[in-house]
Design a protein around this ligand. Structure first.
Ligand code: F6P
Length: 372
């Protein structure tokens, strides 16, 4: 006789490629018949729509509301999901613990009314922060890391990052031909908030001439000097990759609109435009800017995101099956493991300027094996 268990799965925060592969492998691992016989447990998986919003809004006693906010998942439904970008479950930036509108009681009560034995939460710092608080209130939670920003600690990878890097690289390849034809400079603005991983590794993948990251404030004068030096050395055009959170020395971050989101973040954006104007003024060289924006989060997952989604999904189910809750699956030196959610939250991972960034060239370092 198999024990019947019910788990929920949701995706929260900004979407990215790799979410659907993770959901697929949570479901496939949960419902694998051979594994069910070994574990003597049968797992029903309930997809929750639109992240924490779905869990707040659903009325578990109302069939229409259940249909709106819940998706019972099985192997047949998720079979092709790993090929697609975004999240089939939908997402939101809703925060049940928003100090201006606290809905955490509703969330806890719905979790209980839905009879969930465990919840698999796929998200970044904000979404996993909610999971960690729920865990402290007695909910059995397991986390899977995702964010194109790659700014979570204790893991070498967060889903969506490699696909976003491929987008940056492909778009810059496209810009190069037009930049070269017109002998122009292009400033390419990437996402990444307060962490420079996306800009740095995107700039390294695409061979950018200058890379600007939030971890090291830049001098506009120095950027212009480097560009003029490049021209004197015979370059026809230059590509600059600037993280949305990069700042000029003595200045603040650029914001595309005032205010804060439900998790207290600024709406960053605008550095590309600022810099292209400053460069054109300071060097006399024709300069344009491109903001890659949500293109970085779109498109089908690359092979690595499909594979990591698979490993993370399977590992998350391993934790559920062994009742190891309050943990996030992670990867370190190629090995999949898990670490306490409490050690993740509010401790962003930044680029280590000393070992990864060249403050003279404003680019990735040119020594690797000599790094400490
Ligand atoms: O955290 C992921 C991220 O893509 C950040 O890099 C970016 O600042 C933010 O989300 C954009 O959020 P939104 O999709 O709400 O505009």
């Amino acid at each position: 006789m198999l024990r019947k268990m019910r788990i929920g799965v949701l995706t929260g925060g900004g979407d990215c490629a790799g979410l659907n592969p993770a959901i697929k492998w949570v479901v496939k691992t949960a419902q694998d018949e051979r594994l069910q016989r070994e574990r003597l447990s049968q797992y029903e998986v309930l997809g929750i729509r639109d992240g924490w919003k779905g869990l707040i809004e659903v009325d578990p006693d109302d069939p229409l509301s259940r249909e709106q906010w819940l998706v019972p998942l099985n192997e047949a439904i998720v079979r092709t999901w790993d090929r697609y970008g975004g999240t089939m479950l939908g997402t939101s930036r809703t925060n049940p613990y928003n100090p201006k509108n606290d809905r955490s009681k509703q969330t806890l009560s719905n979790l209980e009314r839905l009879g969930l034995d465990a919840l698999v939460v796929i998200g970044g710092d904000d979404t996993l922060g909610v999971a960690e608080r729920l865990q402290r209130e007695g909910v059995n939670v397991v986390g899977i890391p995702k964010t194109i920003d790659k700014d979570l600690p204790h893991t070498d990878y967060t889903l969506g990052f490699e696909t976003a890097l491929s987008v940056i690289t492909e778009e810059i390849d496209r810009l190069r031909t037009t930049a070269g034809s017109h002998k122009r400079i292009f400033v390419v603005e990437t996402m990444g908030r307060q962490s420079g991983w996306l800009a740095l590794e995107g700039g390294e993948s695409s061979g950018a001439f200058i890379i600007l990251i939030p971890e090291h404030d830049f001098s506009v004068h120095k950027v212009n000097e480097l560009l003029l030096e490049g021209r004197r050395a015979g370059a026809r055009y230059e590509i600059i990759v600037a993280a949305e959170g990069a700042k000029p020395v003595g200045g603040g971050e650029f914001v595309r609109r005032e205010g804060l989101d439900a998790f207290g973040h600024k709406y960053l954006g605008g550095i590309g435009e600022f810099l292209s104007q400053e460069i054109q003024k300071g060097t006399g060289l024709e300069t344009r800017n491109v903001t890659l924006s949500h293109l970085q989060r779109g498109g089908a997952p690359c092979a690595y995101d499909r594979r990591m989604g698979r490993y993370f999904g399977i590992a998350a189910m391993d934790l559920v099956v062994t009742s190891n809750f309050g943990l996030m699956v992670c990867v370190s030196n190629g090995k999949i493991s898990a670490c306490p959610l409490a050690e993740i939250i509010g401790r962003p991972s930044f680029v280590d300027v000393d070992t990864r960034y060249d403050v003279e060239r404003y680019n990735g370092q040119r020594t690797i094996l000599r790094r400490p």
